[in-house]
Structures are given as C-alpha cells and as structure tokens.
Design a protein around this ligand. Structure first.
Ligand SMILES: CC(C)(COP(=O)(O)OP(=O)(O)OC[C@H]1O[C@@H](n2cnc3c(N)ncnc32)[C@H](O)[C@@H]1OP(=O)(O)O)[C@@H](O)C(=O)NCCC(=O)NCCS
Length: 165
C-alpha cells in the first residue's frame, strides 16, 4: 500500500535536487535544467508547489507570472510514476490556480504536447479550453496546444451590514 502523500507546500531551495531528479524521470525532452530550477526557486515571479511521501518527492507544479498581464502560466507539472492516478496532478493544478487568484490573475494558461493524452485530459476536466497553437514549440519540432482557464475574481471583502433604524 502506498504511503500517504503529504500536504502540498511551497517548494524551498532544499527541494532542488529532488525536483531535478523528478524532472529527469518525467520528461524525455524539453527538461528544465538544474540551473533553471534554481532560478525559478529564487525568483519572485514564479511559484512552485511540491508534494511528497515517505519515499520522497511525489510531484510538483511551477507557475510563472508576468507582471502587468493578469495571466499565470503553468511552466511545468509532473507527478512521479509511483504516485500517478491518485488525484495528485489535479490537486497540484488546483494549488497553481489558487496562487494565481492570490495574485489577481484573470486566467491561467499552459502549453501541452498534442499527444500527451493524460495531461490533456487532466486539463480538460479541470476546465481548460484550447485557444491556440504554438508552432514548432518543442525541441523535437512538435507544435504545442495552448490551453487557458478563466479564473473567477477574488470576492471583494464583505461590507458590514447596516441596520436600518
Ligand atoms: C499528467 C500527470 C501530471 C497526471 O498526474 P496524475 O497525478 O496521475 O493525475 P490525476 O491522478 O490527478 O488524474 C487527473 C486526471 O488526469 C487524467 N489522467 C490521469 N492519468 C491518466 C491516464 N493514465 N490515462 C488517461 N487520463 C489520465 C484523467 O483525466 C484524470 O481524471 P480521472 O481520474 O477523473 O479520469 C502525470 O501523468 C505526469 O506527470 N505525466 C508526465 C509529465 C507530464 O506529462 N506533465 C504535463 C506536461 S504538460
């Protein structure tokens, strides 16, 4: 029986090696380099969430923010093979969306390989719709499908109700 996955938490610089390892085993091309991960973990315009169990890192999601655009962008999302199919991908995606709402983003965007059926299904089920394509986006020359999910605005603070006299 698998160990329970711990709560999703923001990544710290101590997660660098485990993140790099997970990236290496999750993607066969277009991997994030160690240097790039270091930059992401120290940058103000990126947020990474991780989840782990007793064996180590189970998954991560990195979301980037570009100032003045009102948009967040999923830079990468991966779940370790041994942790897949248990809803973690969906939870990490939800964490990324919550981080976007915190920053008042109006939408979250991402790119996905047209043949990545698992990821496409995950995104579709989570409310992402296709809005375009990036030609020759990946290292191997494949196009990327662009998807977007509009995010509802944060609720304005409730006004104190006034009693009529
Ligand atoms: C895509 C990925 C993140 C999904 O993670 P996961 O934790 O297994 O996903 P979940 O368990 O949360 O499943 C959520 C949904 O994803 C889809 N999904 C997950 N595994 C699937 C599979 N084997 N076949 C088809 N759809 C699948 C389903 O829509 C699923 O919802 P459902 O269980 O209600 O049908 C994971 O497979 C992964 O890391 N893949 C390699 C890296 C990658 O491709 N990242 C995305 C880059 S854009």
């Amino acid at each position: 029986m698998p160990w329970p996955v711990n709560m999703i938490r923001p990544a710290t610089p101590e997660d660098l090696s485990a993140l790099f390892e997970l990236e290496e085993t999750s993607f066969s091309h277009d991997r994030i380099s160690r240097r790039n991960f270091r930059h992401i973990l120290n940058g103000a315009n990126a947020t990474t969430f991780v989840a782990s169990d007793r064996q180590g890192l189970c998954g991560y999601v990195t979301v980037l923010f570009r100032r003045g655009t009102g948009l967040g962008r999923i830079y990468s999302l991966a779940v370790a093979r041994r942790c897949r199919g248990r809803g973690l991908g969906r939870k990490l995606l939800a964490a990324a969306e919550a981080a976007c709402r915190e920053r008042d983003c109006r939408a979250l965007r991402l790119e996905v390989h047209p043949r990545n059926a698992r990821a496409r299904r995950l995104y579709r089920q989570a409310g992402y719709g296709v809005f375009g394509r990036y030609e020759k986006y990946y290292e191997n020359g494949a196009d990327a499908v662009r998807m977007e999910k509009p995010l509802p605005p944060r609720r304005p603070p409730r006004r104190a109700s006034r009693r009529r006299s």
